[in-house]
Design a protein. Structure first.
Length: 441
């Protein structure tokens, strides 16, 4: 057996576990340690579980306060062990993701969680964190430690996990989704990958870096294409429709403004003391504004239909009344080439003022519509330019993709015909866990 390494992950974990064990003596705070790459053995052979317990006991942790989830091999024993964790009788519990995942409700006194290795699936990492970050934990702040050894297989595992999570996130959020993924829930490595990692092949790190860079570039290109397709749809359908409807609205405003200006000029020529042009309500002409306002309110009485009904005319515009059943209010519509609506209030004279204000706003609305048309026409030109713009990092993507293909060929990773180094289930075949001989260097 190789000599112990005080800089190993197990040693670092033992230091952290001991520190929190010591700090939490008074409250009997507890901790969880997850390790999928090893299991306790009864034959005396080396395993991470026994090694970590040995280091903890040497530091002063009571052996009775350390437990393995594997020893609780019945439901009754699990309930007993979980109860001891909740009351602080057992303060350090070691186990695998499968055995200490869903259903492990021991969060009451948990202060720290330690991930000695990286699981295969993103949901497994969430399951681990979910043991401590959950309701029922008496600690307002907790600690989660993840141990990674530099320049080892750990980096490859976390990169694999990142790629899987990125794909899952794209599917779940509908952001730049991809159409397919290879081995998204793979639980085996090819012999070529293991050999490259084990022998320290310098190409493996370059491949790992290129995997990330190519993935990012492909995502950027997918976003570029998605934006281009959206622009094409906007250029071919939406913008022409908006330009056409805006131009028609401008033409209608121009006619209504011209009619309003002519009517105002006629009123000024024939102005009397009241300067009221007269309003026709149900075939009767009212020459006094208050009387006209009261007649308008009388015409509203008994109306319950949201459908506009013609009641008269004003300054060349026909008058239509309707009832808004949702807001419980009456509306008056002035129809010329376009329709212009305002809400009626309880004041008779005030309603005439509202109608006049609606008509006096027509020149401003015409100007606004003209500005909108100019903006839409500029957007049309901009969209045409953007559609013709190529993906600016296309050459970089092609170069790095080609180099990645070369590396895959060099490392013999471009094919999956090799038989994988399969996982060995902890107990039940339905939820596989990996085992591996563990040696500290």
């Amino acid at each position: 057996m190789l000599p112990d390494d005080e800089g190993s992950k197990v040693s670092a974990c033992a230091d952290n576990v001991y520190r929190h064990w010591l700090d939490g003596q008074e409250q009997r705070l507890t901790q969880l340690v997850f390790c999928d790459l090893s299991t306790p053995k009864a034959d005396g052979s080396f395993n991470v579980y026994d090694e970590l317990r040995r280091k903890l006991v040497e530091k002063g942790v009571t052996a009775e306060e350390i437990a393995y989830i594997h020893d609780a091999n019945t439901e009754a024993k699990k309930r007993e062990l979980f109860a001891k964790m909740r009351n602080g009788q057992v303060r350090v519990l070691l186990g695998s993701t499968f055995k200490m995942g869903a259903g492990t409700n021991v969060q009451t006194k948990l202060i720290a969680l330690h991930d000695l290795d990286c699981p295969w699936r993103p949901r497994d990492l969430e399951q681990r964190s979910g043991r401590i970050v959950r309701q029922g934990n008496q600690n307002s702040e907790v600690h989660i430690f993840r141990y990674v050894t530099e320049n080892t297989f750990d980096a490859y595992l976390y990169q694999t996990l990142e790629n899987k999570q990125r794909f899952i996130s794209q599917i779940m959020t509908s952001k730049s989704p991809v159409r397919s993924a290879e081995d998204i829930d793979e639980t085996a490595l090819s012999y070529a990958e293991v050999k490259a990692l084990a022998t320290g092949n310098p190409y493996i790190k370059e491949k790992m870096d290129l995997d990330i860079q190519v993935s990012k570039l492909k995502l950027l290109k997918a976003n570029h294409l998605s934006q281009r397709y959206a622009l094409e749809d906007r250029l071919l359908k939406l913008l022409p429709q908006q330009i056409k409807s805006t131009a028609e609205r401008i033409e209608g405003y121009e006619q209504d403004v011209a009619m309003y200006v002519r009517a105002k000029a006629t009123v000024q020529e024939n102005a009397d003391e009241s300067n009221f042009p007269g309003m026709v309500i149900k075939d009767f002409t009212y020459t006094e504004r208050t009387a006209a306002g009261e007649a308008l309110l009388d015409a509203c009485k008994g109306m319950t239909s949201p459908d506009p009904q013609a009641v008269g005319s004003y300054l060349g515009f026909s008058l239509w009344l309707s009832f808004d059943s949702f807001h419980k209010e009456y509306k008056v519509m002035l129809r010329g080439a376009l329709s212009h609506t305002t809400t009626l209030g309880a004041d008779a004279g005030g309603n005439i003022t509202r109608i006049n204000n609606t008509l006096s706003d027509l020149p401003a609305k015409l100007e606004h519509a003209r500005e909108q048309l100019v903006t839409l026409q500029k957007q049309m030109g901009t969209a045409k330019e953007q559609i013709e713009t190529p993906f600016e990092k296309e050459q970089e993507l092609q170069t790095k993709t080609a180099r990645l293909s070369e590396l895959n060929a060099l490392l013999n990773m471009d094919k999956r015909e090799n038989e994988g180094v399969d996982s060995v289930p902890d107990e039940e075949p339905a939820a596989p866990e990996r085992k591996a001989a563990y040696r500290e260097r």
